[in-house]
Design a protein around this ligand. Structure first.
Ligand SMILES: [Zn+2]
Length: 321
């Protein structure tokens, strides 16, 4: 059984961040349109269930969860921090985004799915235990990771994050806790400023900072030699992925030079190591990616690899590696 699921929810399109905000509903629309192509006919499509308070409060303070949902305006928009905006639909969107990951973990552990991609927003990896940050309300991937341990009793849960930004919130929530590993490639220096290599600890935290201009060859070298090797040593029971596509060369918020073929390659590396270490159990959740066309084609490359498909389309030069 090699079923690949796509989990999303219409409410994720109703989180309205306002005109000109890079984290817009257009992002998810572009992705879902790309995944309507014939090559994705093999995807099993499911609607996300909302997360329960209990699921979210495994990684967030209960007071923060209540205050965030209370802060959702009945109409108009409100800023929770400098760049994190909520509208009337944001509460339902955030609950379904977090719930998608738990549902994906449940499906994979029930053997109903082998790999799942959650096309959801708002993204999550910057959200701290008691603070919204960087477009993120609830830390979707950390909620899913905690769910895998708490609801299914897994001993070791690995989270790999290839978003161009460091997942400060995920590191805070998971890196010090027994049974979790967090590994991230990210541009540094760049928002949010965390993700130093000197913080790394064996079998717990692998920060792999990349300098501006980093290309396919250098990315692949670091990803294979450090991230994949770390997963091999950790031997997880499930592999979770924070899939951001803002390391693409066209992305307006960062300065790495990756292309669609790199995301396809990285995804194949992740499915291979999941096949080897944890029976193929892999759950991926959308994080960033702000150039609409590059986001759509990069996500398509990622999902194609989850389906075991080749993906030849690449808008940039073929990588040397
Ligand atoms: Zn990002």
């Amino acid at each position: 059984m090699s079923q690949t699921w796509l989990i999303t929810h219409p409410s994720c399109l109703e989180h309205d961040t306002g005109p000109g905000h890079p984290e817009s509903a257009q992002r998810l629309r572009a992705i879902l349109r790309a995944l309507e192509a014939d090559e994705f006919a093999g995807l099993e499509r499911r609607e996300a269930a909302p997360a329960t308070r209990e699921q979210i409060e495994r990684v967030h303070d209960a007071d923060y969860v209540a205050a965030t949902l209370d802060a959702i305006p009945a109409e108009g928009r409100r800023s929770l921090d400098g760049d994190t905006v909520v509208s009337a639909g944001s509460g339902e969107a955030a609950l379904h985004a977090a719930g998608a990951g738990c549902q994906a973990v449940d499906a994979v552990l029930a053997g109903e799915a082998r790999r799942v991609f959650c096309a959801v927003r708002p993204p999550g990896h910057h959200a701290e235990p008691a603070q919204a940050m960087g477009f993120c309300l609830f830390n979707n991937i950390a909620v899913a990771a905690a769910h895998a341990r708490a609801a299914h009793g897994l001993q070791r849960v690995a989270v790999v994050d290839f978003d161009v930004h460091h997942g400060n919130g995920t590191q805070t929530m998971l890196a010090g806790r027994d049974g979790f590993m967090y590994a991230s490639t990210h541009q540094r220096p760049l928002f949010p400023g965390t993700g130093r290599r000197q913080d790394n600890r064996e079998n717990a935290l692998y920060n792999i900072p990349l300098i501006e201009g980093c290309d396919s060859e250098l990315f692949r070298e670091h990803f294979h030699n450090e991230i994949i090797s770390a997963i091999m040593r950790f031997e997880p029971d499930i592999l979770l992925v924070s899939a951001g596509f803002d390391a693409h060369g066209l992305d307006p918020l960062a300065g790495l030079e990756l292309c669609e073929a790199d995301f396809h390659w990285a995804t194949e590396e992740l499915t291979s190591v999941a096949d080897y270490t944890c029976g193929g159990r892999l759950v991926s959740m959308l994080e960033g990616g702000y150039h609409l066309d590059a986001l759509a084609s990069s996500t398509a490359a990622h999902v194609a690899a989850l389906l075991g498909l080749r993906y030849d389309a690449c808008t940039r030069a073929e990588p040397v590696a």
